[in-house]
Design a protein around this ligand. Structure first.
Ligand code: ZN
Length: 156
């Protein structure tokens, strides 16, 4: 890989364009940084990833835009082997492999750190005008799983 033994630090911007590469991504409007430390020696490598994003998503009750932090750390051991193989905490790199593809890992790190409740913490913080609409809707459609992006379109 042409790296000298030691720690190598990188910083990457992660923005909505990154998530646009994953059409199935629930996260779209997120922005922030990924810090990468590659601990490199002749025989072993360790990748430490630290993701720090801000995710903008409509409140599930009143549709006002909320920001949530998406923060996650991951450590991956990298070893050389005959064939390239990615698993959760250990990657085997084949002899002819010179690039690490971490985009899938970044995608997963962002998704595991999603908050479960994507609504205003206190219902009293919700937009009272919108609350009336969404509550009426939810009585009828409470069993239906709707994509919040379509909910946002309904109010247009
Ligand atoms: Zn709200």
């Amino acid at each position: 890989m042409g790296l000298k033994p030691g720690n190598h630090e990188f910083r990457m911007d992660v923005d909505p364009e990154f998530f646009a590469c994953f059409p199935e991504s629930e996260i779209q409007s997120a922005q922030g940084i990924l810090d990468i430390v590659l601990e490199y020696s002749v025989t072993t490598m360790t990748l430490r990833l630290s993701l720090d994003l801000t995710w903008k998503v409509p409140c599930g009750r009143c549709l006002e835009e909320l920001s949530f932090p998406l923060q996650h750390e991951e450590q991956i051991a990298i070893r050389y082997g005959d064939e390239t193989e990615y698993s959760d905490a250990l990657w085997i790199l084949g002899k002819n492999e010179f690039e690490l593809d971490i985009s899938q890992t970044i995608y997963e790190m962002a998704h595991v750190s999603r908050p479960t409740n994507r609504v205003h913490e206190n219902e009293s913080d919700c937009d009272p005008n919108m609350l009336g609409y969404t509550m009426n809707d939810s009585e009828v459609e409470s069993k239906k799983q709707t994509d919040p992006r379509w909910d946002a379109l309904k109010k247009l």
